[in-house]
Design a protein around this ligand. Structure first.
Ligand code: ZN
Length: 416
């Protein structure tokens, strides 16, 4: 396999990285809910590799170590941090894979690796909010949302991030998050599996040279992902949030790219989305290393469809509901939420809920079922009126025969 670095045919790079990702996966991380104690042995291993420099960036409120991992010797500095929200772990997994990628050799990717390491200096902070990760919650140990703390800096983790940005003065920043799994890429049946944002540094959403670089970088990363997941990339709202880190870091002079990992069908642990992060981030680093992002057109950023909310986890179309002897046609939108079953938030159950009812023809389901001619019944087979907010558990029947049972928001074909 021949893989080009910055100067070569970058159009094949996304597919090559996608196909090779399996050989770089950090095998210790296979589920989203890993903790700080799971990450520490991996960082200790990185410390022994001369390609990396590991230093303590600071400690969380509960005194968990937060590390800064440096690689490369180039003049363009790039700061990448993940999991400032404790329950948004997808990019942390991808970063650990990128470390294995950067540590490897003789695999066809040496030109790319050398270009990145010679032209940029990378500073990674994986799991910026370890106390939140411990509880699998967005906020820090004292319930501060770090992304509303960029001005007041009350969380020690916020002080660390701002300190790094101010002392390193990186040209680029990657702010790595997870968004909800039901965002749509525009008003379409496609999920926004990955969303990008070139954060706005003021309410007018002005464009300056710093923000323009963010949009150009995103245009290239979007093209890379479109080749793998066509039409499943979204653009996050650029409404200015004066308290957020992304907006302020853009204002402080670092071209900031926000990457949000969303949902992908049949990928509850986000392992495919982890792969997409790996591809997108390395594609972005390559574009910075070789300068190819400068040739992108800012205007194309606005062609990425906006994040919208048009998806349910399950949408049942055209069901018949019988109320007081009369028949009505309804669509039923059901969502699923993870509810924790232990205090460490390591295990969870899925709880379903009827979110909407009626004419839902403008919406989509990640799963859909056409229930034309089928009547909503109880599990015992009697006519049933569904109420908003109840669990998604009922039967769908025709001519006294149950065709489907919906169990906690999942469709099961009935045994005939
Ligand atoms: Zn977030």
């Amino acid at each position: 396999m021949i893989v080009s670095g910055a100067q070569g045919q970058a159009q094949n790079l996304p597919k090559q990285l996608h196909d090779a990702h399996a050989s770089f996966i950090e095998p210790a991380l296979t589920l989203r809910r890993f903790k700080h104690r799971d990450l520490m042995p991996l960082i200790e291993k990185i410390r022994t590799n001369p390609r990396f420099e590991v230093t303590l960036a600071g400690k969380s409120l509960e005194e968990r170590d937060i590390y800064l991992i440096k690689a490369g010797t180039g003049k363009t500095k790039i700061l990448l941090w993940s999991q400032m929200h404790g329950d948004e772990a997808t990019a942390t997994m991808a970063i650990m894979d990128i470390f294995r990628f950067l540590a490897a050799t003789n695999d066809g990717f040496d030109a790319l690796r050398t270009s990145i390491l010679a032209n940029t200096t990378l500073y990674f902070v994986p799991m910026l909010n370890p106390d939140g990760a411990e509880r699998w919650q967005r906020r820090t140990a004292h319930d501060i949302d770090m992304n509303r703390d960029a001005l007041r800096l009350q969380a020690p983790e916020s002080v660390i991030l701002k300190g790094l940005q101010q002392s390193l003065k990186p040209e680029f920043g990657f702010n790595l998050h997870d968004q909800g799994t039901r965002y749509s890429a525009g008003h379409t049946p496609n999920l926004a599996t990955i969303s990008f944002l070139a954060t706005a540094y003021d309410y007018a959403r002005s464009m300056n040279a710093v923000r323009e670089r963010s949009t150009k970088l995103i245009v290239g990363m979007n093209r890379a992902l479109q080749s793998l997941i066509p039409n499943q990339v979204g653009r996050y709202s650029d409404e200015h949030e004066p308290r957020a880190f992304g907006d302020n870091i853009q204002k402080w002079g670092t071209s900031l790219v926000l990457i949000e990992s969303g949902g992908y069908r049949n990928d509850p642990e986000k392992q495919y989305i982890r792969k997409l992060n790996f591809v997108a981030i390395l594609t972005g680093l390559n574009a910075i290393a070789g300068g190819s992002y400068t040739k992108e057109k800012t205007g194309e950023y606005n062609n990425i469809p906006q994040n919208e909310r048009f998806h349910f986890d399950l949408l049942i179309r055209n069901a018949t509901m019988r109320l007081k002897g009369k028949k009505y046609t309804v669509d039923i939108g059901i969502n699923q939420e993870e509810v924790h079953t232990d205090s460490t938030a390591s295990t969870f159950v899925i709880k379903s809920k009827v979110e909407d009812l009626g004419d839902l023809s403008v919406f989509y389901g990640i799963e859909e079922l056409d229930a034309t001619g089928l009547e909503v019944v109880t599990e015992a087979g009697r006519a049933k009126a569904i109420k908003l907010g109840e669990a998604g558990t009922f039967g769908l029947r025709k001519d006294k025969e149950t065709h489907y049972t919906i169990q906690n928001g999942r469709v099961k074909a009935a045994n005939k």
